[in-house]
Design a protein around this ligand. Structure first.
Ligand SMILES: C[S@@+](CC[C@H](N)C(=O)[O-])C[C@H]1O[C@@H](n2cnc3c(N)ncnc32)[C@H](O)[C@@H]1O
Length: 259
């Protein structure tokens, strides 16, 4: 007899409205008896009879993880929802951290991570193929890591020629970090490097724009914005009467050298 008791699904809702929800995620949502998540994400999920909802603040990830795990360990089918993909700067890692340090009963749970379309893929698809060659993703939030580490990673990524997707560029509590990151990248990359800003992609009021690295810090950005910084190889195709296409060619021709 299996000693697994209770079921926990960590479900990615994608970047915005229901068009971006995978069929697997929709089925997992329907299967849950209880839903946990940030209120704004729970609001995206259709209400279903008999399913309880447990909304919490965005900053309460550890408490949410513990509550969801305890609920699942009581034998229920519980789902935790995340925007985008749950494994990208989101709840799947918070739940794994809780399971590793938490009570033994949490290790007996049947856990499923259900992927979703992450913001950098949604933004990239709107503008062309900026992630067409090697790329990386970095969160600019220094809530869980020191700013010096972020600077080292920016140096390493830009110096090695990675396209860089910047998550969490700005918040009320972190007003200067985005400008500082752009200035850091300017130490390694030409002024004309294309920079893509995607805001609320896949939701009402979506905007996508392109600028260059030298003036990127002046571009508005907030917690609903994902920024993609190109490389020396990233190209912008101007088209008559149509938005430009930004892409990074599949082949790299030179070794990028850090300043
Ligand atoms: C805490 S991270 C969560 C990322 C999410 N798990 C994902 O896979 O997209 C939040 C950041 O994701 C980015 N983001 C999330 N949804 C977005 C959207 N619809 N449009 C643009 N950026 C988005 C923003 O950079 C935001 O600050």
């Amino acid at each position: 007899m299996s000693d697994v008791s209770g079921h926990l699904a960590v479900i990615g809702l994608g970047p915005g409205d229901a068009r971006y929800l995978t069929a697997e995620a929709a089925a997992a949502l329907a299967d849950a008896q209880a839903l946990y998540g940030y209120a704004a994400y729970l609001d995206r999920v259709p209400v279903r009879d008999g399913q309880s909802r447990h909304a919490s603040d965005n900053r309460e990830e550890s408490a949410r993880a513990a509550a969801a795990l305890d609920h699942a360990a009581s034998g229920a089918r519980v789902a935790v929802v995340s925007g985008g993909d749950p494994g990208v700067f989101a709840m799947a890692a918070a739940l794994c951290e809780a399971i590793e340090t938490g009570p033994e009963r949490w290790r007996r749970l049947d856990v499923a991570i259900v992927p979703g379309i992450t913001a950098m893929l949604a933004v990239a698809a709107r503008i062309g193929a900026p992630l067409g060659h090697d790329f990386c993703a970095l969160s600019l939030s220094d809530n869980l890591k020191p700013w010096e580490l972020i600077e080292r990673r920016l140096d390493a990524a830009a110096g090695a020629g990675f396209v860089i997707a910047l998550y969490n560029p700005v918040s009320r509590a972190r007003p200067w970090q985005f400008g500082a990151a752009i200035e850091r990248l300017r130490l390694h990359l030409p002024d004309a490097t294309p920079v893509v800003f995607g805001r609320a992609v896949g939701r009402a009021g979506e905007t996508v724009s392109v600028t260059t690295l030298d003036i990127a810090r002046k571009n508005p950005a907030d917690m609903a914005t994902l920024v993609i910084v190109g490389t020396r190889e990233t190209r912008l195709i101007v088209r008559p009467g149509l938005p430009p296409l930004v892409y990074t060619p599949r082949a790299a021709t030179a070794v990028e050298v850090s300043a």
